[in-house]
Ligand binder design. Structure first.
Ligand code: ZN
Length: 277
C-alpha cells in the first residue's frame, strides 16, 4: 500500500519543548541563578532582567539555560516598557525559539490568572492553590487550572507522493493577507483528534479524507491553543467552501503555490516539510 510507505517518510515538525527549556510551576530548590521577567502588558510582552515592581503578581514559568523566568502581571495603565513592549508575533523576531515559547507561556499564564480571580461555581474570590498551578475556591473547593484548548491542523494531499501530488490549501475569512494555509479547527468534546480532522475537513471544504497521520504539535498562545498537526489523504468529493469560514480553497502543486504561512506557525512548517519531500 502506497500510504504505508508514505507514513514512514513523514517528517515530524515538532520542536520538542523539553529539549529547549524546563517548563516549571515552582522555583527549583536552592535556585540562585540569573532571573528574567516577562512583563505582560495587555497581551504584549516586555522581557527584562529586572522586575519592575515586586508588588505585581508574578508566576514562575521555567528555567532556560540556567536562568529562572517569571511572568509578571502588569496592572492596567502601567507600562514598564515605556512603549517598547511587543506582541508575541513581534517577539518571535526578537527572541530565540525557546524565549518565544516562554513568552507565550507567560502570556497564557497571566491571561489565565486574570480570568480566574473568582470561582466559576460560587463566585467567591479564588486563591492560589498550594503546590500546583491552580486557583482554588476557599468556599466550595473548586480548583481551576490553566486551560489548553486542543485544535487540529491538517494538510490534505491528493495523489501519489512526487511532483504531481497536490495539497488542499484554503484562505480563511479572518486571514489579514491573501494567504493559503492548512485547514484547522478546535476539537469538540467527545471527539478524538483523528475524528476532528475528518469532521473539520468535511465541514470547511466538503471533501472526505482518511489515513490521518500525526506530524507534530505546537503551543499556540493566541490565546491558549495547542495545535496538533496532521497529514491526511483525499478520498472523495469536490471542494465546497464553508460560508463564513473559508473564502477560497484549491488544490496546489508544489511548483505552483500561493502565499503560504511563515514557519512561526506549525501550518508553515507542515507545508514546508511537504514541499521538501
Ligand atoms: Zn466556589
Amino acid at each position: 500500500m502506497a500510504s504505508m510507505t508514505q507514513e514512514s517518510d513523514l517528517a515530524l515538525v515538532s520542536m520538542n519543548t523539553a529539549s529547549l527549556y524546563d517548563a516549571l510551576n515552582d522555583v527549583p530548590d536552592g535556585f540562585d541563578g540569573p532571573r528574567r521577567f516577562v512583563h505582560v502588558i495587555g497581551t504584549k510582552v516586555f522581557v527584562d532582567d529586572r522586575n519592575e515592581d515586586e508588588a505585581w503578581p508574578a508566576h514562575f514559568i521555567g528555567v532556560l539555560d540556567g536562568e529562572g523566568w517569571w511572568a509578571v502581571d502588569v496592572p492596567d495603565g502601567d507600562d514598564p516598557s515605556y512603549g517598547a513592549s511587543v506582541d508575541l508575533y513581534g517577539y518571535f523576531a526578537i527572541g530565540t525559539e525557546a524565549e518565544w515559547l516562554l513568552a507565550g507561556r507567560a502570556v497564557q499564564t497571566i491571561g489565565w490568572a486574570r480570568t480566574h480571580r473568582f470561582c466559576g461555581r460560587c463566585a467567591a474570590a479564588m486563591e492560589p492553590s498550594a503546590g500546583e498551578r491552580g486557583m482554588k475556591c476557599p468556599d466550595c473547593g473548586l480548583i481551576s487550572y490553566p486551560r489548553v484548548a486542543p485544535a487540529m491542523i491538517t494538510l490534505v494531499t491528493r495523489g501519489e507522493p512526487g511532483p504531481d501530488q497536490e495539497a488542499l490549501l484554503a484562505r480563511g475569512v479572518n486571514f489579514p493577507m491573501p494567504m493559503y494555509s492548512c485547514l484547522a479547527g478546535f476539537v469538540e468534546p467527545g471527539e478524538d483528534l483523528e475524528g476532528a480532522v475528518i469532521r473539520e475537513v468535511k465541514e470547511e471544504v466538503g471533501v472526505d479524507v482518511d489515513d490521518v497521520r500525526y506530524v507534530g504539535s505546537q503551543p499556540w498562545p493566541f490565546p491558549h491553543s495547542l495545535m496538533v498537526g496532521f497529514r491526511a489523504n483525499y478520498v472523495d468529493g469536490d471542494i465546497v467552501c464553508e460560508e463564513g469560514e473559508i473564502l477560497d480553497a484549491n488544490w496546489y502543486r508544489k511548483d505552483d503555490l500561493p502565499m503560504v504561512p511563515p514557519t512561526i506557525s506549525i501550518a508553515g512548517k507542515i507545508i514546508q516539510a511537504w514541499i521538501a519531500e
